[in-house]
Design a protein around this ligand. Structure first.
Ligand SMILES: Cc1cc2nc3c(=O)[nH]c(=O)nc-3n(C[C@H](O)[C@H](O)[C@H](O)COP(=O)(O)OP(=O)(O)OC[C@H]3O[C@@H](n4cnc5c(N)ncnc54)[C@H](O)[C@@H]3O)c2cc1C
Length: 376
């Protein structure tokens, strides 16, 4: 661990946001100007949009994860969990993979701990539900689905067979819709290797409480996605939710009851509950509070209601973005020439204002596995 006297920027969480934040900070600061420390219980970032493909075996699991030590070179990467943050003393407590917890002082703090699955007290869900937030769950789901085909192929009990070949997905957002599409494709394709299981024997059910699926892509594309999944034989039940799933007996609000060994829970996320222990301002309004307060050293970016570092000085010195096509993902363009800002007060903004002012060609900054697919 570094024992330098340099200011330490502590990035809590090395997921999508944390990894990008650390890389950006490292890029903007001068050599050895500060120590950037990334703390995460995993030594890799998981590119979650690829999890459905990993669950179906379309891509290799190792293409879904990015080793932190490899891509945030120059940062100190600690594998452990941040359990508490004392903002007055500017000290975080780290529980490492092994051994005693210890305190780590910091000068600036970036919170990027992501979101966790949003669950409800539905009877049976805790025992039966399969999440889709990590690579372990994706691979587990693939193994589980193939195991169901094995079971169905080798049993003479029609009830056991039907239960094994029924797959229920709750939640029709990105995670649910993509995962059911991928898993259905994989399972029906795998059927050709089984003697007693055919494509038609399988039943896939997608349930969502809203009146549409894929709300993230807008009504037109969402409707297209729904029709496409239905054309593949996937049953979609909207405006209904799961009441219970005790022992795999799924009861929906609309009265439908099915037996299934596979209940995939992708019904949304909520901010990491650990955040509430840190005493930081939460919610969208917190951004301004955090950047203006005397403790103006913390930025929180967590889950669906992310609050990001956007003080006025930060915004002024951000690199320019351009849209290459209508609706296309924001991509960083060549750094633009900007005058130095005299109003910079926080470290990142200071560093940003000192960056090169000559235009340089943009280079590819991501491993292929990450940049091959753009988020909408
Ligand atoms: C199946 C699926 C498909 C998706 N598809 C898309 C898509 O197509 N397009 C799109 O835009 N988005 C998609 N998303 C959403 C997108 O992946 C997330 O919005 C994004 O990963 C959020 O980034 P994050 O850094 O906030 O959180 P994460 O990437 O989840 O990172 C949080 C990190 O914090 C770490 N952490 C947690 N607690 C602690 C602690 N106490 N101490 C230290 N570290 C901690 C975690 O280990 C994790 O590494 C999808 C999500 C899923 C699950």
């Amino acid at each position: 661990m570094s024992t330098t006297e340099r200011p330490r920027i502590l990035v809590v969480g090395g997921g999508y946001v944390g990894l990008y934040a650390a890389r950006r900070i490292l890029k903007k600061m001068r050599y050895a100007e500060a120590t950037v420390t990334v703390v995460d219980p995993r030594s890799y970032m998981t590119y979650q949009p690829f999890l459905p493909e990993a669950a179906a075996g379309s891509i290799s699991p190792r293409h879904v994860v990015v080793p932190l030590r490899r891509v945030v070179r120059g940062a100190e990467v600690l594998t452990g969990r941040v359990t508490t943050i004392d903002q007055d003393r500017k000290v975080a407590t780290i529980a490492p993979l092994v051994g005693e917890a210890y305190e780590l002082p910091f000068d600036y703090l970036v919170i990027s701990m992501g979101a966790v699955s949003r669950t409800f007290p539905i009877p049976g869900l805790a025992e039966q539900g399969i999440g889709m937030k990590g690579i372990e769950e994706a691979i587990g789901l693939r193994n589980h689905v193939l195991e169901q085909l094995d079971k169905a192929d080798s049993t003479t009990d029609e009830e056991v067979r039907r239960k094994a070949l029924t797959f229920v997905f709750v939640g029709g957002g990105f995670a649910g819709a993509e995962t059911i599409g991928e898993v259905e494709d994989m399972a029906r394709d795998a059927a050709k290797y089984y003697t007693n299981v055919s494509r038609e024997d399988m039943r896939f059910v997608l349930v969502d409480a809203a009146d549409k699926i894929l709300p993230e892509v807008g009504p037109k594309l969402g409707q297209y996605g729904k029709e496409h999944l239905e054309s593949r034989g996937i049953e979609i039940y909207l405006e209904t939710s799961m009441d219970s799933c005790v022992d795999g007996h799924v009861v929906l609000k609309n009265g439908l009851e099915v037996d299934s060994n596979t209940i995939v829970w992708t019904a949304g996320v909520k901010p990491n509950p650990a955040l509430s222990r840190f005493g930081l301002p939460l919610g969208p309004a917190a951004t301004w509070t955090a950047t203006r307060s005397s403790r103006s050293t913390a930025w929180t970016t967590s889950g669906p209601r992310a609050t990001t570092p956007r003080s006025r000085t930060w915004r002024r010195s951000r690199p320019a973005f351009r849209r290459s096509a209508p609706g296309a993902r924001r991509t960083p363009s060549t750094p633009c020439v900007r005058p130095r800002s005299s109003a910079t007060t926080s470290w990142p903004a200071c560093a940003a204002s000192r960056r090169r002012t000559t235009a340089t060609p943009t280079r590819a900054r991501w491993p292929v596995s990450v940049c091959t697919r753009a988020s909408p």
